[in-house]
Design a binder for this molecule. Structure first.
Ligand code: ATP
Ligand code: MG
Length: 664
């Protein structure tokens, strides 16, 4: 990352300047969880008091806290440090104790169509048994347990059982290779791995246990064997696997020895809850450490307020994988702590066909749906005729996370999925922030397509220039968090220096998020992409997001990624990679390239006109679906392609490189 980020200019007059705005309907506002703007004022007046109130009112403490924030040793924050709680009890036992045991916690839908319903009482029972099983395998408070699983209920049960014992989980997304898994196991020094034989993906069983075997056979960086003593295996895929005597155990065989009696102990609020690696969009993944009380407070609060959840009537569905932070905070901890009912789906949106998601929404009457822009754009590419075949009238709120949602995709999402009436909450946050930071409150905010708009109550966000001075409305700059927040990253696991260097070196007391953002005339926040990706063309700093949005706004374009490539005359030049909508293959690539260059110039300005536009079939994405621009930059500059370990499909980059070379 260069030292000189400068500020990002806003040259564009994209959709946001025409005053397009969607206020909440009177009907929505009247029933909303947050319906008075007073909440913002109250929280701003005393953020710590606001969070203490949330922690007290929304969570159950074994020992009440008297301290709120301890920031005496920045950047290492402590929240509610003298309080004690059990995170799993907050997600389970207390709901059962409140008479909600019969409420459905999870409607599980397997990819092959098998289903399983778990009430709060049943989930609590399963977690207690699992906690007893883990105890007998030697797991105690402070240990780390690696979880490498498909999207099945046992994944949630495992996470909660680990949390219940005061140990920390490190979930590794089931698509990662043996090398990536091993690196994460070594980094957290896990003695137990919980996995499954395999899980269903795209209509077939994708093996997991064999990958664990392979990971454990590898030598670590120092040639040492792994720390793992046991591998616990859930039977899911039915695929043939090998079991190593003395090390490997079947979950279903072991669990029968344990009953459902287990009393949750209180653990300090700063007890580690999980370590999760970032998705690696901008570089080597970082092991992000989260702790218990503050994290759960913010996950619980934002889940309730941003999604406007009514636990007694809503059915929530987040399509993320539990292997990402979105799954941690908005499949496991936020929903369960609130006692909500949710859908959990194992597979991909296109299995057996692109109707699958919409069929699930119809079947379970999902009312609140949370997904990523990349998925929305894929659905757009397939066409509205698919979702139109299903009854989606149960939906009352939609959410987006993971990347900036371009206005074109926002409008499609609202019109086609939300019947032209549901609010959309565009939620900005990171693995490091633990929970949502910038997002509308749907009963209060007049929505603007493409903008995350406003910091959550109790969160202090600013857009600043390189010296840390706040920019004025209408200007772009760097996004920072000005005060510690409850769910903030506590450390980079095993590497406090990296924690300091990455997030705190630049501005000292302000958290540097690594994202560029712009304030519009109303002070609403628009994300402009990663600071690492910002382009400098003839001295103008241009945003990837704005140029990509302009490209996707063209009727022929399904997806776009833009990078700045070295250029002899302009310093950097804009290079665009686009996927055309399927019907558009009628125009030639040369015509498309000409037209798209002109389109960007007329929509944003001549300075943003791409030097090259490459029509490609796929874009390089992380396994969480984000575009990896750094790899495209390597290709555009004719360099060897960098670290691709978190890439979903490594072939994609080869094709793109070939395409770029062919044109040189
Ligand atoms: P790494 O930090 O290893 O490069 P990553 O940043 O992709 O990986 P995550 O923590 O999963 O890992 O992603 C957080 C990032 O995702 C944010 O910094 C931001 O760039 C992007 N992001 C998430 N939600 C939004 C949103 N609603 N609008 C704009 N950008 C978003
Ligand atoms: Mg990041």
């Amino acid at each position: 990352m260069s030292d000189d980020h400068g500020t990002i200019e806003s040259l564009s007059s994209l959709a946001h300047d025409d005053g397009e705005s969607y206020p909440p309907s009177a009907e929505f506002r009247e029933q909303a969880n947050q319906r008075s703007p007073e909440v913002y004022l109250r929280a701003a007046a005393d953020p710590e008091a606001y969070w203490a109130e949330q922690a007290q009112n929304r969570l159950t403490w074994k020992k009440p806290f008297t301290e709120i924030l301890d920031w005496t040793n920045p950047p290492f924050a402590k929240w509610f440090a003298d309080g004690e709680l059990n995170v799993a009890e907050n997600c389970l036992d207390r709901h059962v104790a409140n008479g909600l045991g019969d409420r459905v916690a999870i409607h599980f839908e397997g990819e092959p169509g098998d289903t399983r319903t778990l009430t709060y009482a049943e989930l609590t029972h399963e977690v207690k048994r699992a906690a007893n099983m883990l105890t007998s395998l030697g797991v105690t408070a402070g240990d780390r347990v690696a979880i490498y699983m498909p999207m099945i209920p046992e994944t949630v049960i495992s996470m909660l059982a680990v949390a219940r014992l005061g140990a920390a989980h490190s979930v590794v997304f089931g698509g990662f290779s043996a090398e990536s898994l091993r690196a994460r196991i070594d980094d957290v020094e896990a003695e137990l791995v919980i996995t499954a034989d395999g899980g269903y993906r795209k209509g077939r069983v994708s093996p997991l246990k064999p990958v664990v075997d392979q990971a454990l056979e590898l030598d670590d960086a120092d040639g040492k064997p792994s720390t793992v003593k046991h591998v616990l295996v859930v039977k899911r895929g039915g695929n043939d696997i090998e079991m190593t005597e003395g090390r490997d155990l079947w979950w279903h065989e072991e669990i029968t020895s344990y009953d459902g009696e287990h009393t949750p102990k209180g653990f300090p609020a700063e007890n580690p809850l999980f370590i999760l690696y970032t998705s690696g969009t901008t570089g080597k993944p970082k092991g992000i450490l989260h702790t218990s009380g503050g994290y759960l407070t913010q996950a619980t609060t934002t889940f309730s307020d941003v999604f406007d959840i009514k636990p007694e009537s809503d059915v929530f569905w987040c399509t993320a994988d539990v292997g990402w932070v979105t799954g941690h905070s908005y499949i496991v901890y936020g929903p369960l702590s609130n006692g909500a009912t949710q859908v959990m789906y194992e597979g991909t949106p296109d299995t057996p066909d692109w109707g699958r998601w919409w069929q699930i929404i119809e079947k379970y009457k999902v009312s609140i749906f949370y997904t990523a822009p990349t998925a929305i754009r894929s659905c757009m590419k397939v066409g509205r005729q698919v979702p139109e075949q299903y009854d989606l009238s149960s939906l009352r709120l939609l959410g987006s996370v993971g990347e900036p949602i371009n206005p074109e995709a926002w409008r499609w999402y609202r019109d086609v999925i939300g019947a032209g009436k549901t609010p959309i909450v565009d939620t900005w946050w990171q693995t490091e922030t633990g929970a949502m930071m910038v997002a509308p409150l749907p009963g209060l905010t007049s929505l603007k397509p493409g903008s995350s708009q406003i910091a959550q109550p109790g969160i202090s966000i600013a857009v600043v220039d390189d010296d840390g001075n706040p920019v004025e409305n209408g200007q772009g700059g760097l996004l920072v968090v000005e005060r510690p927040w409850p769910a903030m990253v506590r450390n980079v696991w095993g590497d406090p220096q990296r924690f300091i260097d990455t997030y705190w070196d630049k501005f000292g007391d302000k958290y540097f998020a690594g994202d560029g953002a712009r304030l519009d005339e109303d002070g609403d926040i628009w994300f402009l992409g990663r600071v690492d990706d910002v382009m400098n063309v003839s001295g103008h700093r241009l945003s990837t997001t704005e140029i990509e949005s302009a490209l996707v706004g063209h009727h022929a374009v399904a997806e776009a990624a833009v990078v700045g490539a070295d250029d002899e005359t302009t310093g950097q030049a804009v290079v665009a990679f686009v996927i055309l909508k399927s019907q558009q293959h009628l125009i030639t690539e040369a015509e498309a390239e000409q037209e798209l260059r002109a389109h960007v110039a007329s929509h944003i300005g001549a300075i943003a006109r791409p030097r090259n536009v490459y029509v490609v079939n796929e874009l390089p994405k992380t396994r969480s679906g984000k575009i990896m621009r750094r790899l495209l930059k390597d290709a555009a500059e004719g360099r060897k392609i960098g670290d691709t370990t978190t890439l979903a499909d490594t072939m994609v980059m080869q094709l793109i490189s070939d395409r770029v070379v062919a044109e040189r």
